[in-house]
Design a binder for this molecule. Structure first.
Ligand code: UDP
Length: 324
């Protein structure tokens, strides 16, 4: 297989590339290095089956030159991280909407190539009814709250994907649930796992927003990568959307305690107000749990790595790579 991974120098993209190279694929990695980093793929440079292109998914000429030679496109490039989106709403919307529009257009125009689209559990917004099935409602706040622009942009990506699917494009949409693991970036987009590990390793206070009773379902990156690859292999996946996540629901306060324990950190756990971190106009999603019945049945997907095991591996990686 000759595959293109957009956002290949990012956290999920680079882990995916490792698995694809292992499978024997020829991999083209396209990344503009905005939140991705060359160091994530440096170890692949000596592999003759790997090629890195520094460039943008918004560059149509570049896409025109590439897509015709590719069998499968893994579209992982996106503006990610709530903090990043809250601080850069316009950039996020343009990258997510225009970028995906161009990828789908190029895939359709140059040979109806298979495309795997990375979407997000953010799609469900603040819907309180968990676990989420793929057909569940989206519940969003008002448009003056930047946070919801990410959900809206990913929803447009999904709508475009399904429209192309009806025109015959083999496209699969995957909704990722709080993916974590080695190469998680604490500076570029600061997810909670990366933040807490950084704080624990630096012996700084671990900052829990609000009560800490809000929950997430943390999914180890290797499990996520298996789901991505399966979605590109299974014919029945075409035109469908899948939740890709771990079904174990964890309170943020519990995550803080676990990271403190596993990293042997003396850091105190400190509760701070949401507004101190995100600014005044912010809303959080109270719970987030996937129903993975469909992914289990059609993709044979399961998320087997326990949070403890996944965090241990992540902390070990962060100890080597984060400045502390
Ligand atoms: N969070 C926190 N402390 C931090 C960063 C995040 O308590 O330093 C909380 C955040 O408010 C949210 C949850 O952790 O309730 C997950 O945040 P993240 O940014 O990882 O992504 P989200 O799941 O909201 O997209």
């Amino acid at each position: 297989m000759k595959v293109l991974v957009t956002g290949g120098a990012g956290f999920i993209g680079s882990n995916l590339i490792d698995a694809l190279l292992k499978r024997g694929d020829t991999v083209l990695c396209l990344d503009n290095l905005s939140t991705g980093s060359k160091s994530n793929v440096e170890h692949c440079f000596k592999n003759p089956c790997f090629q890195f292109i520094e460039g943008s998914i918004l560059d149509w000429r570049l896409l025109e030159g590439i897509i015709g030679k590719i069998d499968v496109i893994f579209h992982m490039a996106a503006a990610v991280g709530v903090k990043y989106i809250v601080d850069n709403p316009l950039d996020s919307i343009i990258t997510n909407v225009r970028g995906t529009e161009k990828i789908l257009d190029a895939a359709y125009t140059y040979g109806r190539k298979k495309v795997i689209i990375a979407s997000s559990s953010e799609i469900y917004g603040k819907n309180k009814k968990v676990p989420y099935k793929e057909e569940d409602d989206r519940v969003l706040g008002p448009t003056n709250i930047n946070r919801w622009s990410y959900s809206a942009s990913k929803a447009i990506d999904e709508h475009m994907s399904f429209s192309y699917a009806t025109k015959g494009l083999p496209v699969v949409v995957l909704r990722f649930f709080n993916i974590y693991g080695p190469r998680i970036n604490e500076e570029a987009y600061g997810t909670v796992v990366a933040q807490f590990i950084k704080q624990a390793l630096r012996r700084e206070p671990i900052t829990v927003h609000g009560t800490g009773k809000q929950t997430r379902s943390f999914t180890y990156v290797d499990d996520c990568v298996k789901g991505i690859i399966r979605s590109s292999e299974v014919e029945e996946a075409r035109g469908k959307v899948f939740n890709i996540g771990n079904t174990r629901e964890t309170k943020i306060i519990k995550l803080a305690k676990l990271i403190k324990k596993l990293s042997n950190s003396p850091s105190p756990i400190k509760r701070i107000h949401y507004h101190d971190y995100y600014g005044l106009s912010y809303e959080d999603a109270p719970r987030r749990v996937p129903d993975i019945t469909r992914a289990r049945k059609i993709l044979g997907f399961d998320s087997q790595t326990s949070l403890e095991e996944g965090l241990e591996k992540t902390i070990a990686w962060c100890k080597e790579h984060y400045s502390h």
